[in-house]
Design a protein around this ligand. Structure first.
Ligand SMILES: Nc1ncnc2c1ncn2[C@@H]1O[C@H](COP(=O)(O)OP(=O)(O)O)[C@@H](O)[C@H]1O
Ligand SMILES: [Mg+2]
Length: 367
């Protein structure tokens, strides 16, 4: 997949810019606070409708403006299309595909796919499990339409079920009502678990391989740990049954606490480095390398599922890596994928890469 052209209007520090990247590796250099990360954020926003730096869309609009737009021309193996994502204060986000207004924002997923690694991801291993669940969700949202519907359904039922548990007291009638929530919760929850398991099964060998190629002598093992205890290789039916069982055995406790206590909202992804938990025992460097390996494995997952590599966005990765790892990453980023690497170091000019300089709100090719 290739981004032929990117347009930013009032996006972060970019008032009005057109950028036509090269088809392989793009190095984007420039001093601090020149807008390098903002540019990558713009690409990611066009791909997913989300920023990886903020939940508040209004922060994305150029200071003082109440609307923004990001547009792009994209080429895939099957053709070309144009995508424009707009946000304004009154109506929120909307997008057009080939200039045609699209009804649902959720349909944005999957047209342009992107994987990003940014300084924010340094918490990926060390931080709470919600970071790893979010990463899995976003990956699955980009590659599977049904996942979106299952996730939305699951969250909707979960919220309603929690409200129900909080507001109402246990009684025969209420028990019966709860049973019908359980059924729906277990059904969509099982779909999420099975799809997460599938993703990890595909990514697992890649994560291990990338971690090795990034120079780590230790063996990295990544495991999906569904909150509901399940034998590896479980299917939707097994997950649903196990979920229903645990809901029924937790019944009393859930009434008392007014909360759903189990389910994929509590899933975890476990990282083991030579069998020790990376989160607690790994050095910062080991954690960073593992997080990067996960991201590179995501690109392989997207390719396996969609037939196309996603765009690879690497924000400021060089500063944390030694020469050997830099070289590996550069050659990896130049292979098969269109990629974007931001850096403050001007002397990084790998052969074959398009080198860009960002300064004073402008981007221009320098090599
Ligand atoms: N909504 C916004 N409107 C205008 N400027 C912004 C906005 N958000 C961030 N900026 C500015 O963008 C600059 C940082 O850009 P960034 O892309 O993070 O820099 P870097 O080149 O170091 O990656 C800062 O000067 C910040 O004030
Ligand atoms: Mg930056």
């Amino acid at each position: 997949m290739q981004l032929l052209r990117l347009n930013l209007f009032n996006f972060r520090s970019w008032e009005n810019t057109e950028f036509k990247p090269g088809d392989g590796l793009n190095i984007i250099c420039g001093g601090n606070a020149q807008g390098k990360s903002n540019l990558l954020e713009g690409i990611f926003f066009l791909a997913t409708g989300k920023s990886y730096r903020t939940y508040r869309d209004r922060e994305l609009a150029y200071q003082g403006r109440n609307s923004l737009a990001v547009g792009g021309q994209v080429r895939t193996t099957t053709g070309e299309f144009s995508l424009v994502l707009r946000w304004n204060e009154k109506e929120g986000k909307s997008f057009t595909l080939n200039r045609e207004e699209q009804g649902r924002l959720a349909d944005l997923f999957g047209h342009l796919t992107a994987v990003v690694f940014s300084p924010e991801d340094l918490a990926f291993i060390k931080g709470g499990p919600q970071l790893r669940r979010q990463a899995l969700n976003l990956l699955l949202l980009q590659t599977s339409r049904p996942y979106y519907f299952h996730l939305r359904e699951y969250n909707r039922i979960l919220a309603q079920r929690n409200t129900f548990l909080k507001r109402l007291t246990p009684s025969k009638g209420n028990e019966l009502l709860l049973l019908s929530w359980d059924e729906q919760l277990a059904e969509s929850g099982a779909e999420l678990m099975v799809r997460r398991q599938e993703a990890l099964t595909i990514m697992k060998p890649w994560i291990k391989e990338y971690n090795y190629r990034l120079g780590s002598p230790k063996k990295l093992l990544v495991q999906y740990q569904p909150n509901i205890n399940l034998a590896p290789g479980f299917d939707v039916q097994a997950a649903k049954n196990a979920f229903l069982e645990i809901l029924s055995s937790n019944r009393r406790q859930e009434w008392r606490r007014g909360l759903t206590l189990s389910g994929p909202q509590r899933d975890e992804v476990l990282f083991l480095l030579d069998e020790a938990e990376l989160r607690s025992f790994g050095s910062q460097g080991e954690q960073r390398t593992a997080a990067l390996s996960w991201k590179l494995a995501e690109t392989e997952y997207v390719r396996q599922r969609t037939g196309e590599y996603p765009l690879l966005l690497l924000d400021d990765v060089y500063s944390e890596l030694d020469t050997k790892r830099r070289q590996f990453l550069t050659s990896e980023a130049a292979r098969g994928t269109q990629s974007f690497i931001t850096t403050t170091e001007k002397e990084i000019r790998p052969s074959g890469a398009a080198v860009w300089e960002v300064s004073l709100g402008k981007i221009q090719r320098i090599s």
